[in-house]
Design a protein around this ligand. Sequence first.
Ligand SMILES: Nc1ncnc2c1ncn2[C@@H]1O[C@H](COP(=O)(O)OP(=O)(O)OP(=O)(O)O)[C@@H](O)[C@H]1O
Ligand SMILES: [Mg+2]
Length: 372
Amino acid sequence: MGARVEQQKKMAIDLNERATQYKIMAREVETNKGIYQSLLERTKEIESMVGVSSSNIHIIDKAMLPIMPFKPNVKLNLLLAIVVGVMGGLGLAFFLEYFTDTITNPDEISDRFHIPILGVAPLSKTNGFPVEHTFVRDPGAPLSEAMRSTKMSIQLSGIASQASSFVLTSTKPSEGKTTMAANLALAFAGAGERVILVDADMRKPRLHKFFQDPGDTSSPGLSKFLSGVSSKGLICQNGISNLCFIPAGPVPPNPVELLASDRFALLVQTLTRRFDRVIIDGPPYLGFADALVISRIMGGVVLVSSMGETTRDALLHFKKSVLNSQGKILGCIINKVNLGKRFGYQSYYKYYSYYSYGSTKDNKKKTKELAE
Ligand SMILES: Nc1ncnc2c1ncn2[C@@H]1O[C@H](COP(=O)(O)OP(=O)(O)OP(=O)(O)O)[C@@H](O)[C@H]1O
Ligand SMILES: [Mg+2]
């Protein structure tokens, strides 16, 4: 009996322990169930969130592959380049015009300085003869045509006494006084006038090279005549009808004094009476008093100006000085005009060469023969 009680007790204790174990395991099951449940919920939550955007950014338009480059914008750049180029060019032109003191537009001489333009002589190409002989060697050349119209302008430029004796001068050296004087003298002589051409540039005489035979020493020249060394045979005959020539003679130490002498004034008076036209090739104006001294005595002053060489200051100074010394400016010959450049006078030359009788090959040959 006792054994059975003991056995029953043992069974009860065992049962108790098992119940305890069961409770522990049941609690563990409960806990694991909870964990499992919450994990399951979380998984479902995550699964449901897949595919849902996490921000407020939406695709409105899909990016397409461009058919042409976005940059550079060639049309815009081209337009900008043209506008900037034109503006820059204009600005630069105004800048240069403002800061360059040389006159490049012949109209400025007439409009701003009120000196009439008597003629526009083109820059001649060398044709196997000196440009100083162009009028007789190539009568159809643009330079010869220019000389004809310049001759007319001079004839009409002032009262007859002023235009009948004139001196050619320029503000600077090498602007073409000698070339213009030679061709003008030939043009006046060719028109039947009795012309005397005087080389009064006693500092740099050059006319004798074209109007005096190299071996001809018959004329003492202007310098010797004015200094009283010799007074005979001053005028040279050079075979060109109607044209006589007085060379400058040896270069004297005191050209201004010689030109300012009464002897020179008397010579000019005599020549004016004996000839229809007295043309003096003078020295340049700047730096020397010679040109002013001559312009007092002569009827008129013709300025020779090369575009791009004559400065505004020099021209203003020249005009004032000539007027102060009672000289009369007949006008200005624009020389060495480059027909390739835009001076506004090319159109005249186009017509010159179109109408000129020396423009065809045959005519050129005939006129050359006539001239020789
Ligand atoms: N219209 C022209 N076409 C071509 N060449 C020219 C023209 N005018 C002048 N020349 C040339 O320019 C140079 C200077 O000309 P020129 O001797 O006539 O100038 P100038 O004013 O008399 O010079 P200077 O002050 O030294 O006396 C010469 O070589 C001449 O042949
Ligand atoms: Mg000269």
